[in-house]
Design a protein around this ligand. Structure first.
Ligand SMILES: Nc1ncnc2c1ncn2[C@@H]1O[C@H](COP(=O)(O)OP(=O)(O)OP(=O)(O)O)[C@@H](O)[C@H]1O
Length: 369
């Protein structure tokens, strides 16, 4: 898929901006603080319902304005159709439209527009806590399922989340009665198949990751992915794990085991440990995972998601920039790259990006000679 029009209003410094991006490589340049990242944030907001730099109410809305507004039109390849979505986000409330109809859940917008974003915080996929890694798997499963017309994973996910909330409420109130048994049963019924989905996804992601890493960071050797379901699944079913943990959970007031604690990790068997990665190598690893996810999406859903790379040049050296750009150009994916100037790697490659130059929150299109 590729975005053909992106309209942004009241996002940080950007009062109003409209971009008509190219289907291939798009470059957003400008000085520090000009508003480049804000444009990617706006696209990300439409695709994920949140920014990658915190909540909407924590500063995304331009000072003095009431709401962020994002509108995008994009072309889908399979089936061939033009789609459009708009989101007006006031911080607490939001209004959204998809293909001319109002939407009642942000998830409907997220399901429609697939964007993979690499930004300076993405290294948390390698070095941070489990939440972004869980989200990554769930995003992949959610989108692949949408493309195939199914809802099973989403249904299980919602069922599990609801049961978890109910169980935690009982634990917090120290209520030990039959209701706990009922919610344990519900958690196990939803959590076991949910976990099978996640495990399969991680297994499918591994060869995609190895293909990307072979190209981008061959010096580290072949990465492997290890899935951790959130309980000792090789020893006991989830229902039993919940029962075993019950006394402890009642003491602490929350559920300590289950798919909400799931995680996965990446290892390079040829390296002594993850700690051996330099910061740059951790970033490259995070980028490889995101590109692997994009490739997996392309292979299963039939088209590439939009790829957004914030501040690529400051994140990667020229050699690695070249490899990333070559890979993306040959994939045919639509790409947005921000930077204070055009990445030097572009000069060595035969790539003519469409350029949008941002000055103090105002976007000026201009072609690179
Ligand atoms: N709520 C807000 N209202 C108005 N201006 C804001 C708001 N939040 C941030 N800004 C301003 O918006 C700009 C941030 O924009 P952004 O991060 O998109 O810039 P950038 O071009 O990506 O910068 P850099 O190259 O430094 O990463 C800054 O100038 C900041 O002061």
């Amino acid at each position: 898929m590729h975005v053909t029009r992106l309209r942004v209003g009241s996002v940080r410094r950007v009062q109003v901006a409209e971009l008509l991006p190219a289907p291939g490589i798009n470059l957003i340049t400008g000085d520090n603080g000009a508003g480049k990242t804000s444009l990617l944030e706006a696209l990300h907001l439409l695709a994920y319902g949140r920014s990658f730099r915190g909540r909407v109410r924590d500063g995304l809305i331009r000072t003095g304005d009431e709401a962020v507004e994002v509108f995008a039109e994009w072309q889908e390849q399979s089936p061939l159709r033009l789609r459009k979505a708009g989101l007006r986000h006031l911080g607490q409330r939001w209004e959204g439209r998809l293909d001319g109809e109002s939407v009642t859940q942000l998830g409907e917008l997220c399901a429609a527009l697939a964007v993979v974003t690499f930004e300076p915080g993405s290294h948390a996929l390698v070095t941070g806590g489990g939440e972004p890694r869980r989200r990554l798997i769930d995003w992949g499963l959610f989108h692949v399922e949408q493309a195939e017309g199914g809802h099973e994973f989403l249904r299980l996910w919602r069922r599990y989340a609801r049961a978890l909330k109910q169980r935690n409420q009982l634990l917090k109130a120290r209520i030990r009665d039959g209701q706990l048994d009922a919610w344990d049963h519900e958690l196990a019924e939803a959590g076991e198949p949910l976990t099978r989905y996640r495990q399969r996804y991680v297994e499918q992601l591994e060869p995609e990751l190895q293909a990307v890493a072979d190209e981008l960071i061959p010096s580290l050797g072949r990465p492997v992915l290890g899935f951790q379901p959130g309980w000792s699944r090789d020893q006991l079913p989830l229902a039993d794990a919940l029962l075993v943990a019950r006394d402890r959970d009642l003491t602490y007031g929350y559920t300590s085991v289950g798919p909400h604690r799931a995680d996965w990790r990446i290892d390079y068997p040829a390296l002594p440990g993850r700690e051996a990665l330099s910061r740059g190598q951790a970033k490259l690893t995070a980028l490889s995972i995101l590109l692997a996810q994009a490739a997996h999406h392309a292979h299963t859903a039939g088209e590439w998601p939009v790829v957004a790379l914030d501040d690529l040049a400051s994140e990667l050296d020229r050699n690695h920039q070249c490899r990333v750009l070559q890979r993306l150009v040959s994939s045919g994916a639509q790409v947005f790259i921000t930077g204070t100037e055009a990445p030097s790697a572009l000069q060595g490659l035969d790539i003519r990006p469409r350029v949008f130059h941002v000055e103090r929150g105002v976007v000026l299109p201009r072609d690179v000679a």
